[in-house]
Design a protein around this ligand. Structure first.
Ligand code: ABU
Length: 387
């Protein structure tokens, strides 16, 4: 069957997907946009954030879980494509900066997004990920050759010069707990993150799709200029909404914060999985509920997956980083029993896969996939007058 580019939602029946690979993976290099933090009180005192290649045994374990996800999906009839990793353990430089190595190609979600018949290559926001798109070139040309209606859109590549980043961010929340409620609110609601507005920069994982509407998180990895770029480029195609989650001090990628699971149909409510520690603003919550979406909070992450692996830079909310196969079937990490039970109560079928060994490579199941084709169309699930 020829490949086709078509995805308007997070829940249409999945036909073709990319699953990342961990080959040649390195630690994410420290740079103005990224500071490594070790999740282990003992190791943290003895070690700086590591540099260079990750250990072979760690890479092999991640690859085994990624391969298992790939075969689980192909066994249920989904076409699975895989990236072509480059050697990430190489210095890269531009005329103004260099980093000693790159990261990996475990998380295509951050680099690429399908919106309708467009594939958008994100500009990316971190130096160590500047060339990550190269691992997907073969896939992009296969899509291009196979589907004559595919549109290929590349976002303006930022310089990633130091003046694109606000270093003050790294101390912004120092002594946060000692501050007054007003002072805390001032910090939480100023929406000032490490990326400033000098140039367009975003990761594709800050976007989630609901048919005619897409929601883009303003974050550490996506600035307002980038959201404006998306709005102009997609004008007339989809409506672009900005979301802020003030209680997330380090927002990066929307797929651990809200996950649209099922749309409203007639009197039946749609389901939006939400993060209890990162509530939507009242106006945004109202937009969903006025349009017949039911918001359900994810349960606290499972003790089986917490604490997070020592070198994992993502939050514990990888627990809700699931992949929808259709609007009744989801793939969830095997240890997240609370989430399995919650979703089963809403009549979802759960496919469980082990994934903890992938966490330190940038994310979980949703992060490490990129849906290329779903049975989907440009449906309107929102009455825009209500916004
Ligand atoms: N790459 C997804 C990470 C999101 C989070 O840490 O919450």
């Amino acid at each position: 069957m020829p490949l086709k580019v078509n995805a308007w939602t997070q829940w249409g029946k999945l036909k073709t997907v990319v699953v990342g690979r961990a080959d040649f993976a390195c630690f994410q290099p420290e740079e103005p946009g990224f500071r490594g933090r070790i999740n282990n009180k003992v190791i943290e005192k003895e070690l700086n954030w590591p540099v260079g290649r990750k250990k072979k045994s760690v890479i092999d374990k991640a690859n085994s879980q990624l391969d298992n996800l790939a075969s689980t999906l192909s066994n249920i009839g989904i076409k699975v494509l895989r990236p072509s990793p480059i050697d990430f353990n190489q210095e890269i430089k531009t005329p103004t900066w260099k980093v000693t190595h790159m990261f990996c190609c475990v998380c295509p979600r951050d680099v690429l997004i399908t919106i309708g018949n467009f594939v958008i290559e994100a500009s990316m926001s971190k130096r160590g990920r500047f060339f990550e798109y190269l691992s997907y070139k073969d896939i992009m040309y296969s899509l291009w050759d196979s589907d004559s209606s595919m549109k290929w859109k590349v976002a303006p590549k930022p310089t990633m010069n130091s003046d694109m980043y606000w270093e003050g961010y790294w101390t912004k929340f120092n002594d946060f707990d000692k501050k007054s409620k007003d002072e805390q609110d001032n910090l939480l609601y100023d929406y000032k993150y490490v990326l400033n507005e000098k140039e367009i920069a975003f990761d594709a994982a800050d976007i989630t799709r609901c048919g005619k509407d897409i929601f883009v998180q303003h974050s550490m990895t996506t600035n307002l200029r980038a959201i404006e770029w998306l709005r102009r480029e997609l004008d007339g195609y989809v409506r672009v909404h900005i979301l802020n989650f003030p209680y997330d001090k380090e927002p990066s990628h929307i797929d651990c914060t809200i996950v649209p699971l099922r749309p409203p149909r007639g009197k039946k409510e749609g389901i939006l999985l939400t993060n209890p520690e990162r509530p939507l603003l009242e106006k945004d919550k109202k937009f969903f509920t006025d349009n017949n979406w039911c918001l359900i909070d994810a349960p606290m992450p499972s003790q089986a997956n917490y604490p997070m692996p020592s070198f994992c830079s993502s939050s514990k909310w990888l627990s809700m980083n699931l992949l929808s196969i259709d609007e009744n079937t989801v793939v969830v990490e095997e240890g997240e029993k609370g989430l399995h039970d919650l979703l089963e109560a809403f009549n979802f079928k759960i496919i469980k896969v082990p994934y903890r060994d992938v966490f330190e490579f940038g994310g979980s199941i949703h992060c490490s996939t990129w849906d290329i084709e779903r049975e989907d169309s440009s449906q309107d699930f929102f009455n825009i007058e209500s916004y």
